[in-house]
Design a protein around this ligand. Structure first.
Ligand code: NI
Length: 255
């Protein structure tokens, strides 16, 4: 069975067939899904999906692109949701310097506040980090700490940077990008990262693996990602499937 550690089934890309698609997962080998929030609205929708599907858990959090929307009241709302047993994590939170906005100082402040929240509630964090490796490492080191549960989702940095995150005790999330022809850096990182530190993810509807690149992604494509990781690491697909399933259950505290 597969565990999709990061998906966005609240996205409008699934409006036409969400029920049918999600309803098919148990018979198609998708054991669990964590649906990540990115804004207040999508965190709310994540919770609704978690209420409806036993195999789907929610993460609630404010993505760096919405960092400026996190005020005192919003923080209280997030805090109040963390006692829900179907809330598996705080996320996705982090830093994204690809665009000029919001200002990095605003992003770092929202990131710190949400790391504190997760620490206080004893929940794992799902980290979004793009073009911001240094500040992500620094903020997590000082604000969150070593050997606490965190996954660097859709990992896009080098093997050397992977080592720094691994040294802090964090996990690495790998999705469709590892199947892309031009993804040399991520492939090198995957060869290097120990199997017990890897999570499988889709980030769907985005980042469909080859040969479906550019199309709508879903958890049903996870076997393609597992096959690619297995080939890179000289393992069988089953070994990757089973290990990442175990890793994700342990990480999210799901029995
Ligand atoms: Ni995402």
């Amino acid at each position: 069975m597969f565990f999709d550690s990061h998906a966005h089934y609240d996205d409008k890309a699934f409006d036409a067939d969400r029920e049918q698609l999600l309803g098919s997962f148990p018979e198609k080998g998708i054991g669990y899904v964590v649906n990540a929030g990115a804004s207040f609205a999508s965190s709310e929708r994540s919770l609704e999906l978690a209420d409806k599907y036993p195999f789907l858990y929610a993460a609630v959090g404010i993505h760096p692109e919405h960092a400026q929307t996190l005020d005192e009241k919003g923080l209280e709302w997030l805090r109040s949701r963390l006692s829900d047993p179907k809330v598996a994590a705080v996320g996705e939170i982090g830093l994204d310097y690809y665009w000029d906005e919001p200002d990095p100082l605003i992003q770092i402040e929202a990131f710190r506040l949400q790391l504190d929240l997760a620490k206080e509630a004893g929940k794992p964090v799902i980290i979004h980090s793009r073009d911001a490796a240094r500040d992500t490492l620094e903020t997590m080191r000082t604000e969150y700490g070593k050997d606490r549960p965190a996954v660097i989702h859709c990992f896009s940095y080098s093997k050397e940077t992977a080592r720094e995150f691994l040294d802090l005790g964090y996990l690495i999330g790998i999705g469709g990008v590892v199947t892309f022809k031009n993804a040399r850096k991520v492939k090198e990182a995957v060869e290097y990262i120990p199997l017990d530190r890897l999570l499988l993810e889709t980030d769907c509807p985005y980042l469909a693996p080859d040969p479906f690149r550019g199309r709508r992604n879903s958890s049903l494509n996870l076997p393609l990602v597992a096959a690619r990781i297995a080939a890179l690491k000289g393992l069988t697909e089953e070994e990757v499937e089973e290990a990442t399933f175990r890793n994700a259950k342990r990480f999210y505290g799901i029995d």
